[in-house]
Design a protein around this ligand. Sequence first.
Ligand SMILES: O=C(O)CCC(=O)C(=O)O
Ligand SMILES: [Fe+2]
Length: 427
Amino acid sequence: MLSTTVPTDPTSPAYKKALRQHLKSANSRDRDVELAWTPFRAAEKKYKARFPAPNLAQVLDLTISDACKENGKPGGWHGNPDAVEIREVLPKEGGDQKAYIVPCIPGLVFLPSFLSPTDQKRLIRWALCDHAKTPNETNLDAHYVLPEDGLWNAYIRSKNSDHEEALIQPHALVSPDRAIPELPGPRKLVSNTPASLETFEALSITPKPPPPASSTARPTSCSSLIRKLRWANIGWNYHWGTKHYDFSKGPGTIDPQIRDVCRRAVELVDWNHVFGGDSHGHSDWGPGGPDWDTWTNTYEPDAGIVNFYQEKDTLMAHVDRSEVCATSPLVSISLGHAAVFLIGGLTRDSEPVPILLRSGDVVIMSGPECRRAYHGVPRILEGTLPPHFAVSESDTDWTEDFEEFMRGTRINVNVRQVFPKGFDPGA
Ligand SMILES: O=C(O)CCC(=O)C(=O)O
Ligand SMILES: [Fe+2]
């Protein structure tokens, strides 16, 4: 079932109207504008389109979950297992988990259905109840006086109370001197100097002023505000204004269950199969040369972000280059709705590879080429919440509230290593 807002029956008046509007706007668009799009931008536009719905025939789709086998793919969205050249690599310990590499993006490893449905639900509960609250900064902290126990817990409390829903106050009304005229978007394009052991000291002393509070924010109910949650920081504090970590705020903590999932993923991969061939030059790895053969001992996640996407949200092409460890694995966990993920090359001029990421999939981005590759999420695929997110008597921790929230949501837990294991940036 595709979204009810997009007509799919070509004989229906709604479809014909949408088609007329689409042709009108496509005809009036300046062709020169389209020709100026980089291949990455063109792919973003293609998959973002609401009408006609994009064809996913060129999108790599490797999901093999039992639910998909039994019920077909949720939402009717089908990618293609042969869309992109891939190679299966055997996991180190044997076992059933599949692992694939995409040879045109060296260092990209895809682990389909890595997390069980139970683990997916556990991580979503963690993200909402335990993580998106102080001391972990969220996109809403700059603008609103948030409840001490976190927005999700306040939202559930207010849902279950007989009282009228309390409003969350904006900082601008409480302390007007914090306000700025415009509400900044959740993730802005800021170009930054790549971090390294040589640059990080200079980068760490660049001023990192707190983000100014929106002057247009109004008192808002928890139920509206929870849909505006876009990100929550993990570990080292990320300063969005400069796109560098703010080490003055201390290292923060990494929840043991997140650390375990990431370590399990990194330890499962036989990195010799990924990087062992001699086709990759050594220089790109930095002064110490390739270090993938030490990751079993040296991989230690210490930062990250939980991204919350509502159905119409996108994440533009970007490179995550604020980590001193510029080649160590970045582990990206997908939960809830599926998405089209694009990953290309060192500039937006490389044609990106489109990959369908479904709930439970894990992507590892590692090595110099993949970690410096532009990537983004142009589309959350409506109607793709897997059936295991329905409430059931066998899992009483998964309540109607979680199911309802996830009916419009994708969550991505994006975990990185900023510093070599044991390194103390203050020393
Ligand atoms: O949502 C995703 O799959 C990717 C997120 C991402 O690239 C990031 O947080 O830097
Ligand atoms: Fe990223």
